[in-house]
Design a protein. Structure first.
Length: 280
């Protein structure tokens, strides 16, 4: 709850940051294109210290990276935000792909990548920094259509094998919350799909954006309608780069206001979002 309040406090302060940034001369704005037209060398060096913006992604989540259609064209919010940010900074972009989100977070922490887009949890906020949230997703469960699990309350029973992404926030939260369920960490979403299809898992828990994506690859499964929580997704960067936050918060605000974020969401096929930001 404290993190949610902190996130919304950041969101409320964004307008103040916009004013401060414009007064400081760190960036100027083209009202027609709604884009940042200049960036200070200090900001550029802070966000991309190697001269290349390294963007961390993982395959299987529309919030990060998905491949669509016969040609396997790549989309995803983290991917597209990274490319857009690189354009604004005037630096090349290197996309660094990982098997799962936990490895992306570790890479941000160790400064092996410069930015990503992910769930802003209290635990992660101790190790990496976040902008105000841009997207809020429901957390849910994927089960077989013949499963006796009809809602989340049915999960916490002996004998239920619940899959989660290894090292994810779902593993941490549900490992503490569920007392009888067997939590089964899996190394990738591909492995999760295989274990569900082979009946080695009774259910899989994560945000609904990923669940709907998984569901399309499986036969005889469904995403349950209820939710067990919410994810607040934001741009993440390594600690120690706070000097870039005035610019970064303006960037986040602009992509939301000018419709770029909506187009990224549409291209990635992201589902399971709340209609407006909710506090719980």
């Amino acid at each position: 709850m404290q993190l949610i309040h902190r996130i919304f406090a950041i969101a409320l302060s964004t307008s103040l940051l916009v004013g401060a940034l414009m007064l400081s001369g760190c960036a100027s704005f083209d009202a027609t294109s709604a884009s940042i037209s200049s960036v200070s060398p200090q900001t550029k060096n802070t966000l991309a210290p190697t001269g290349v913006l390294r963007v961390g992604v993982y395959l299987g989540s529309p919030t990060s990276l998905v491949r669509v259609g016969p040609s396997g064209e790549s989309f995803g919010i983290a991917l597209e935000l990274g490319k857009t940010l690189g354009q604004q900074l005037g630096v090349p972009v290197q996309v660094v792909e990982f098997p799962r989100v936990a490895e992306v977070i570790a890479a941000i922490k160790d400064e092996r990548v410069d930015m990503t887009f992910t769930n802003a949890t209290a635990a992660r906020a101790k190790e990496i920094d976040f902008t105000a949230p841009l997207v809020q997703l429901e957390l849910g469960i994927l089960v077989s259509t013949t499963s006796s699990i009809k809602n989340f309350s049915d999960v916490d029973k002996q004998g239920v094998r619940l899959g989660v992404s290894q090292g994810s926030s779902s593993q941490s939260v549900l490992g503490q919350r569920l007392k009888q369920t067997t939590i089964v960490p899996v190394p990738s979403l591909e492995v999760a799909a295989s274990k569900l299809q082979n009946k080695e898992l009774d259910a899989f828990a994560t945000n609904k954006g990923i669940l709907f994506e998984l569901n399309e690859k499986l036969s005889g499964f469904q995403v349950l309608q209820d939710r067990w929580g919410l994810e607040n997704l934001a741009i993440a960067i390594p600690k120690g780069r706070q000097d870039a936050f005035p610019f970064l918060n303006v960037f986040a605000q602009k992509v939301r206001e000018n419709g770029q974020l909506d187009l990224m969401i549409k291209r990635a096929g992201l589902r399971g979002m709340t209609k407006q930001l909710i506090t719980e």
